[in-house]
Design a protein. Structure first.
Length: 258
């Protein structure tokens, strides 16, 4: 998932009692959260976790979703059947991951979900700006991870040039006027106070109006960056992260610490 993505429970594939093994679209899925009120602003939503991500962020919260093929996949036909049973009970469906835009089958899946009457949200790290551009007309809301200033990305993701891609996606979304929340996780090279405030100023100058700072969720062992690179906010959440609140509140009409 993009950034601090998946929250709520993952329901692995074996949870399905019956499987309509639909082959269209060929979307590789790693899990489903059937109901959440925190992953799409103001709406009751289900979250679909797409399998696979080409980046390797040290704080990734869902490493089981990074490989192209998961060990216990869900089938798109089962997910679609679930959503058909939730029509008029849920407002929205969010595609998360992993990185959803990795998969060529995503646009068709998005269209199918929208045809059921759901709003569609996307959690993305902005890894594939061109694919994101073609998807935009079919999206109602996007949660975009901007992990750092462009030059600091490789230290986080392990991928040269990753910052340029993410920031290109940001500008694309801002130019399109897409309903957008930008998020940053306080970890690694972004965790120093000067960096955080510089990043926030650059985002505000770019036109971001809705912004969230997130503290890393450290599940399943120590952060791969090592303790010395984890902002104390990652360990003692709100009271330490609160040092960023005055700057964030001054820069963004909508600012949140998580
Ligand atoms: S972009 Fe980073 S945090 Fe998001 S799913 Fe990929 S590796 Fe994990």
């Amino acid at each position: 998932m993009a950034g601090l993505a998946p929250r709520g429970s993952l329901l692995p594939g074996r949870a399905g009692a019956t499987r309509a093994r639909s082959t269209r679209p060929l979307l590789r899925l790693g899990g489903l959260t059937p109901l959440t009120s925190i992953d799409y602003p103001g709406e009751l939503a289900a979250v679909i976790f797409c399998q696979g991500c080409p980046w390797r962020c040290g704080y990734c919260h869902n490493p089981e979703l990074l490989a192209p093929i998961g060990q216990d996949p869900l089938f798109w036909g089962d997910v679609l059947g679930f959503l058909q049973r939730r029509q008029h009970l849920l407002d929205a469906v969010v595609f998360s991951g992993g990185e959803p835009t990795l998969q060529w089958a995503l646009p068709e899946a998005v269209k199918q979900v929208r045809s059921l009457g759901f709003k569609v949200g996307l959690h993305t790290a902005g890894i594939y700006p061109r694919r994101l551009a073609t998807l935009l007309p079919h999206l109602d809301w996007v949660g975009l991870d901007i992990k750092a200033l462009p030059e600091d990305y490789p230290a986080l993701t392990g991928v040269p040039g990753s910052g340029a891609r993410a920031w290109e996606s940001l500008h694309l979304l801002l130019d399109a006027g897409t309903s957008l929340e930008v998020r940053t996780t306080l970890a690694g090279p972004v965790s120093h106070r000067g960096k955080v405030e510089t990043l926030m100023r650059r985002l505000a100058q770019a036109g971001v109006t809705c912004y969230a700072l997130q503290t890393p969720r450290r599940v399943g062992g120590p952060c791969q960056f090592g303790e010395e690179h984890v902002n104390p906010a990652g360990l003692m959440a709100s009271q330490d992260a609160a040092i960023y609140a005055p700057c964030g509140q001054a820069l963004f009409p909508h600012f949140e610490l998580r």
